[in-house]
Design a protein around this ligand. Structure first.
Ligand SMILES: NC(=O)c1ccc[n+]([C@@H]2O[C@H](COP(=O)([O-])OP(=O)(O)OC[C@H]3O[C@@H](n4cnc5c(N)ncnc54)[C@H](O)[C@@H]3O)[C@@H](O)[C@H]2O)c1
Length: 505
């Protein structure tokens, strides 16, 4: 099955933000494009706006003058749906309402030829439900572009319950021919990206709701330690709190209120207050010329300990030992495997966040997961009231000696990065087990769709097969609501690895 022939006209219905972007992509790829909108005159304005954007691309030397001319000549506003009769593909990008989309598709089916592929750009409705309005839902597929469509490479190609394999393949190949990176996925709430990304927001909000840290500190830790391009608070301010909350809400509802996808009360209050983010001038942060951006909490300078004793294998934090040695701090390795921790001269312990709370152990400081301990510029530490000030000070001094800023947060099991990554890894395994997408496509989607530094499976491999399961198992014990319950898929993954390791050792 090949991509749609370039001579075949593509129609885009709905000439708003997404429709314009998709029309631009299809016309630059070389198709004749028809743009239709229910509001009279809007398609014409949109075509002019696309033309102006193409001019700017030529000025920036990202498009040749000849390609611009060809694209502009091929792009034509349509006055009625009847003008779309000869199209080989129609992508709808109208209002996000099931009844509106269904009604439109019923009308389109009467107009276009039998072999015309029909597609929706819906981000939160069920492709199966929209396609249910059609006599022939086999030719209907989700083509979920990301905003801005001309810039972002990812397209989720969503197969509804009734979508023919040939239609999905043709849509996939067409997206690829348009220079996009398509990923194939089943019709599930949130598809790939909006399903698996939920904990990135939810866990940050939960740490804030638990009063363990403020937004600026959580964002800084996610960026500087987790390697995420933006923190959850600043990113949702950019997306719009109303938009982000509405996606969370619809995914949660579509999963029959599965607690793993539950919305955040703190974000609800923010939306209710009208603080929708950058676009309203206020969100988690204030914007505008004289707005102050709060700084993350950063610990005062503390003396470095003279040495540490390393017990057991630090797992994902193993690299720390080399960094400690390079900083001129002695490392004594204790072969007695009491656990996986560093013992400080005070006698207190420094332990990688594992889903337990610091009140459960004597004199412990947890440190958070980092994507790369060498490159991380900030590390979060968490301690309880029972942690001795000397231990906390030595822990702070140790990481400062490695060149890191240190943020001390409250006692939050799984801290910030560890719980977030563990949950993303879990949802990714769960999605594969349920036939949503392949591991490779999930990794691609999360890297390209939301800029994660690693795909969940790449991350999982780096962390070790049991790591995410162990963290979630501990978290689940401390919060038995089900929010952290590891999926059966992750359990199988962890258990299979034990068996395999057992038979090979
Ligand atoms: N904005 C995003 O970031 C984004 C990203 C991915 C997917 N989507 C999805 O894309 C779709 C469009 O979103 P948008 O942000 O471009 O919306 P938008 O409001 O900018 O544009 C929608 C356009 O559709 C037109 N329209 C409404 N009903 C119509 C009908 N029956 N027939 C023809 N035209 C009609 C409106 O006049 C409007 O011009 C939605 O399904 C949305 O969920 C949006």
């Amino acid at each position: 099955m090949t991509a749609l022939d370039l001579s075949s006209p593509v129609a885009v219905v709905g000439a708003g933000t997404m429709g314009q972007g998709i029309a631009q992509v299809a016309s630059v790829a070389g198709h004749p494009v028809r743009l239709y909108d229910a509001v009279p005159g809007r398609a014409r304005e949109a075509a002019a706006a696309i033309g102006a954007r193409l001019d700017r691309l030529v000025e920036k030397e990202r498009l040749t003058g000849a390609d611009r001319d060809a694209a502009q000549a091929g792009l034509r506003p349509a006055e009625s749906l009847a003008e779309l009769a000869d199209c080989g593909l129609v992508v709808e990008a109208v209002l996000e309402r099931l009844d509106v989309k269904q009604e439109l598709l019923r009308e389109l089916e009467e107009v276009v030829g039998e072999d015309c592929l029909l597609a929706t750009n819906t981000s939160s409705l069920s492709v199966t439900a929209i396609g249910g309005a059609l006599r022939n839902p086999g030719r209907f597929v989700g083509l979920h572009f990301f905003n801005p469509a001309p810039l972002l490479p990812l397209v989720e190609v969503v197969s509804g319950f009734a979508t023919d394999v040939t239609s999905a393949t043709r849509a996939y190949e067409t997206a690829r021919a348009w220079g996009k990176t398509p990923v194939a996925c089943a019709d599930t709430p949130g598809f790939i990206v909006n399903r698996i990304a939920r904990p990135f927001y939810g866990e940050a909000f939960a740490v804030y709701e638990a009063q363990a840290a403020d937004p600026a500190t959580i964002d800084a830790v996610l960026r500087e330690s987790g390697g995420f391009r933006m923190g959850a608070f600043e990113l949702t301010d950019l997306i719009g709190q109303d938009v982000n909350e509405s996606v969370t809400h619809s995914v949660w509802q579509a999963f029959f209120q599965d607690v793993r996808f539950a919305p955040s009360l703190a974000q609800r209050r923010l939306v209710e207050s009208g603080r929708h983010g950058r676009k309203t001038g206020h969100g988690w942060y204030d914007y505008g010329d004289d707005a102050e951006h709060p700084e993350p909490h950063t610990a005062e300078k503390a003396p470095a300990p003279a040495y540490v004793v390393a017990e057991g294998d630090l797992g994902p934090a193993s690299e720390l030992l080399a960094l400690v040695r390079e900083a001129g701090i002695g490392v004594r390795e204790d072969d007695e495997d009491h656990g996986t921790r560093l013992i400080l001269p005070s006698g207190g312990q420094l332990v990688l966040a594992d889903g337990q709370t610091s009140v459960e152990f004597r004199d412990v400081v947890y440190f958070d997961l980092a994507l790369d301990y060498r490159k991380a510029t900030r590390i979060a530490l968490s301690a309880s009231q029972d942690t001795s000030p000397g231990t906390l000070s030595e822990a702070i001094g140790l990481f400062q000696a490695l060149g890191k800023d240190v943020s001390v947060i409250g006692d939050a099991p799984g801290m910030i990065v560890a719980r977030t990554v563990a949950r993303i890894v879990d949802l990714a395994h769960d999605a594969v087990a349920k036939g949503v997408a392949t591991e490779e496509d999930i990794d691609t989607a999360m890297r390209l769709g939301v800029n994660y530094p690693l795909g969940p499976f790449e991350w999982s491999r780096r962390l070790g097969r049991n790591w995410a399961y162990a963290v979630l198992d501990d978290l689940h014990l401390r919060d038995p609501s089900g929010r952290y319950a590891p999926s059966l898929a992750l359990y199988r993954h962890a258990y299979a690895s034990d068996k395999r390791e057992g038979t090979t050792s």
